[in-house]
Ligand binder design. Structure first.
Ligand code: SF4
Length: 292
């Protein structure tokens, strides 16, 4: 059985983060359900780290407002974190505002030790236990017995089969019963994400899907992380902009696509694991969420 091994604390258990959270952006928020926590962006001049441009400060305000509105709109909403840079940004944004969005991660059993270590770093920094969802042990055993422990190198089908067992199935269990989920995907990450929308409908699951960082650049992501001193996966400093399972991720070379190190032996247009499929843009529908 897929299962979460760690209970998620209520959002009120999150540790306070300091003086950079003291100002208020409530004028941007429309939630009638929860009072917004102070925005970390508005008092940025008092925060440690690299100064932020006015443009990025405004973008952070919009992100905070959007996350608060998503939280208010849905009774049960989860954020799928890979523990990579974009997801640590969203983790900080969610936890520093004490939003009710539950953070979970897919612990595939093939992650780098550095990535697994991020669970501890989040707990130490925010006092928050990220939900961990594991693959079905019997399915993993059958795959390994039938195909070999690293069979994903042999064909796209075997790779997708492994991703199905270790990622997609656990994701389906993690999202059972929720109304919406949030991801840290960005358009510029890959040729497979250039059409990414900020708000979509996940047709397969019948729930909403939000990509609030869709239009953020890599430079903006790192400016945020440095400014708020957010913990980051040490693999980033070793040339891994995108982080997945250890045997399927390598460091990239200068000028390469940020996802070039994922399944590098495959063609560029097959570089997704099946987590982000069946996308139907919802922007044609009227949205009441603040635009990011
Ligand atoms: S990324 Fe690689 S090891 Fe991880 S689930 Fe997919 S094929 Fe398997």
């Amino acid at each position: 059985m897929n299962r979460s091994i760690d209970a998620t604390p209520v959002s009120g258990d999150v540790s306070p983060l300091g003086s950079d959270l003291d100002s208020d952006s409530s004028s941007l928020l429309s939630s009638p359900l929860r009072a917004p926590a102070p925005s970390p962006a508005a008092s940025s001049s008092a925060a440690a780290g690299v100064p932020l441009s006015a443009e990025l400060l405004a973008k952070i305000e919009r992100l905070d407002a959007r996350l608060a509105a998503i939280d208010a709109r849905h009774a049960r909403v989860k954020f799928a974190s890979s523990l990579a840079a974009e997801d640590m940004l969203l983790t900080h944004a969610i936890l520093s505002r004490k939003l009710g969005i539950v953070i979970f991660s897919l612990n595939t059993g093939r992650l780098h030790a550095e990535t697994v270590g991020m669970f501890d770093r989040v707990r130490e920094r925010y006092g928050y236990e990220i939900e961990q969802w594991h693959p079905d042990a019997a399915a993993v055993e059958a795959y390994v017995k039938g195909n070999g422990v690293n069979a994903f190198y042999e064909s796209v089908d075997l790779r997708k089969s492994c991703c199905g067992i270790r990622k997609v199935e656990p994701l389906n269990h993690a999202l059972a019963g929720v109304e919406a989920w949030v991801t840290g995907q960005r358009r510029e990450q890959s040729v497979t994400r250039t059409e990414l929308h900020e708000e979509e409908h996940d047709d397969a699951r019948g729930i909403e899907k939000y990509n609030p960082l869709a239009e953020w650049t890599e430079t903006e992501v790192w400016a945020y992380l440095h400014h708020f001193d957010v913990p980051v996966n040490p693999l980033h400093a070793r040339g891994y902009p995108s982080i997945g399972c250890e045997p399927c991720t390598r460091a990239i070379r200068p000028g390469e696509d940020s996802r070039a190190g994922r399944w590098w032996w495959e063609s560029r247009d097959s570089k997704e694991c099946g987590l982000h499929i069946t996308i139907v843009p919802a922007e044609a529908q009227s949205s009441t969420l603040p635009s990011a």
